[in-house]
Ligand binder design. Structure first.
Ligand code: ADP
Ligand code: MG
Length: 599
């Protein structure tokens, strides 16, 4: 259908979930707001619901009329019946267009809310700092994205398509009965809550069993995930039987818990069936007596009977979806946890230099990780000129990566000043600044796609000539020329089909093609064998020419050509100088080298 606006603007709920000015907004009010932002669609949807649902209320009335007309008899009886039938047909047929329209309005509203929530969460995740992402497990975020948003969507659907209609139905049925007979309405008001209470009593039992079953399921999932992770170790030690046995018991337990759920469910099903029918029989008895006494017409028994069943059915529905609704509220809480996090980089109003040169100054810089009692970086001073290549060496934990993270702007100095081209890094628009930096990390991160996609990541129009240059410089053609699809080869999940050295060279090409002013290589070659290292090494020496470069390395070959080497120890720069200077000094660097910590 061409008229459906599939690409309607997706709403942004950031303000809503994060609480905006009103801090401490609770989950229920977030949900309320969510619906309120769609007030027009919601009202239209409910109006259409009432119209489309009209037959359910009107049919019993017409049936009662026809019975009353037939039992009274008379000449005009047939005509009166035909008239009633005509009304019935009209009321029923209008259901086709109104139902279609109702579904369209409601579904579009619900899907738009879902899309808005997903979009808002993705935006927030991209804006949260790297520190936040390091601390929260990826799995947890994924579960929030998938499961929680789904259950909020489900909540909204249940609310709009079940709960509110049920309430409308009950109110409608009570109102019509009230017009016809106050006595019957009183009967409803007394009997229906009894029904509701009985259903609710059962539900408590069901809830306990369901929870036990769900917990058991989660236990198994966790155990299976752990088992799969351990498989290489398990196999290497011949412990397959041990693992199988360990999980077998849990599977048995799950079966028992499952059977308990099944049993209560079956009891619940039949008990509610029996109770509702007995109560419905009571209603029949009551209205029958009223008819005998001449208080109501015989035909009206049909109206009261149908409405009674409709009301008690609807009340049961509401009770049944209640647990689902509370799950949705829980999920709002869960999504809000991310949305409320204030650990975002604020680049508003910061300097956006067009031209970076790449001088980096550290002046008496200290850094302390949050919650630690000691400074990790102590009084670090280093002035790096444009185009200089600095190598950091030092034992693991000496603070090399921490310094690198300060250069990228992931960490802010707790004392002292880091400045880029003479401006304190805090005053820069970090997003803009980082367009001038390339980082080749220790573990190259590749995404699913071709080798070409991975190199040109984030760039729109890449000049083929430049790509070829980069590929040569990064020594990528050495292996792509042997692949049937060359650069268009799929790398597989996490680059599964490539060797460490090959992935590293793709990562280097990704850095090169951006032509960065500042280049950072944090232990980029430490995990490679000698042959791969040779190829990567060649690529790197081409890469660093004319750029300010920071290298963290363990290999002598990598640092020999650096302009200056900074020896880190316990958060301090203990020696700074060229390779020859430091060797001649016979100090810490000399010591490290002779300990062959540097290969
Ligand atoms: P290197 O890269 O030289 O191996 P790092 O800069 O990674 O060293 O770490 C320096 C010190 O800071 C180490 O003692 C490490 O335990 C500590 N450290 C690193 N990251 C954190 C963190 N997020 N929170 C607290 N301490 C940290
Ligand atoms: Mg490190």
């Amino acid at each position: 259908m061409a008229d459906i606006k599939y690409n309607k603007a997706i709403p942004d709920y950031e303000e809503l979930f994060s609480g905006g000015e009103k801090q401490g907004r609770n989950s229920v009010s977030v949900l309320k707001q969510l619906l309120r932002s769609n007030k027009k669609s919601l009202i239209l949807s409910l109006f259409l619901y009432v119209v489309k649902y009209l037959p359910v209320w009107v049919i019993p009335i017409i049936t009662a009329n026809i019975i009353n007309i037939a039992s009274a008899g008379g000449d005009a009886a047939i005509n009166k019946i035909l008239l009633n039938l005509g009304v019935l047909v009209l009321v029923v047929v209008q259901n086709i267009p109104t139902h279609v329209l109702y579904s369209r309005v409601t579904d579009r509203m619900l899907r738009t809310v879902g899309a808005g929530m997903r979009n808002t969460l993705i935006k927030k995740l991209q804006h949260l700092s790297i520190t936040y992402h390091k601390e929260i497990e990826t799995g947890r975020v994924q579960s929030k994205f998938m499961r929680d948003i789904e259950s909020i969507e489900f909540f909204n659907t249940q609310l709009v398509k079940t709960l509110i209609p049920c309430i409308i139905n009950v109110l409608g049925a009570v109102a019509v009965s009230m017009c016809k007979s106050g006595l019957v309405t009183v009967f409803y008001i007394v009997v229906i809550p009894i029904n509701a209470l009985l259903v609710k009593g059962f539900q408590r039992k069901m809830k306990t069993n369901n929870r036990l079953f769900r917990k058991e399921n989660e236990n198994i999932s966790a155990k299976v995930a752990n088992m799969l992770e351990m498989i290489p170790v398990t196999k290497a030690h011949g412990l397959e039987e041990h693992e199988i046995h360990g999980i077998e018991n849990q599977i048995k337990e799950l079966r028992i818990k499952g059977l308990m759920v099944d049993r209560t469910n079956s009891y619940f099903g039949s008990y509610t069936f029996v109770i509702s029918n007995i109560l419905s029989g009571l209603c029949l008895l009551f209205t029958g007596i009223l008819a005998i006494k001449g208080k109501i017409n015989i035909g009206d028994i049909v109206i009261y009977q149908t409405y009674f069943n409709s009301i008690s059915g609807n009340v049961q529905n509401v009770i049944n979806i209640y647990p689902e609704l509370s799950k949705g509220i829980e999920s709002v809480q869960s999504v809000s946890e991310i949305m409320k996090s204030s650990d975002v980089e604020d680049n508003r109003g910061k300097i956006e230099p067009r031209l970076f040169h790449g001088t980096v100054y550290f002046d008496h810089v200290f850094y302390r990780y949050p919650g630690e009692s000691e400074d990790t970086i102590k009084d670090f001073t280093l002035h790096v000129q444009k185009g200089e290549c600095i190598a950091f060496v030092g034992s693991s934990g000496s603070g090399k990566s921490t310094i690198i993270n300060m250069i990228i702007g992931f960490l802010k100095a707790t004392k002292g000043c880091v400045s880029i081209d003479g401006k304190p890094i805090e005053e820069l628009n970090l997003n803009e600044y980082r367009h001038n930096i390339s980082v080749v990390p220790q573990n190259s991160i590749l995404f699913m796609g071709t080798i070409r996609d991975n190199i040109t990541y984030g760039l729109d129009n890449v000049d083929e000539k430049k790509l070829n240059e980069v590929i040569k410089a990064a020594n990528i053609d050495e292996f792509t020329s042997k692949l049937p699809n060359g650069l268009n080869t799929q790398v597989g999940e996490h680059g599964g089909k490539l060797s460490g050295g090959q992935k590293q060279r793709i990562s280097i090409a990704r850095a090169l093609i951006r032509d960065p002013k500042i280049l950072i290589l944090d232990e980029a070659t430490s995990a490679l064998d000698n042959v791969s290292e040779y190829h990567v090494q060649q690529a790197m020496s081409r890469l660093i020419k004319g750029r300010t470069t920071f290298i963290v390395a363990h290999r002598l070959s990598t640092i020999r050509d650096a302009d200056r080497i900074v020896v880190m120890e316990n958060g301090r720069a203990v020696e700074i100088g060229t390779y020859d200077e430091l060797m001649a000094k016979k100090g810490k660097f000399y010591e490290l080298k002779s300990l062959s910590e540097l290969k």
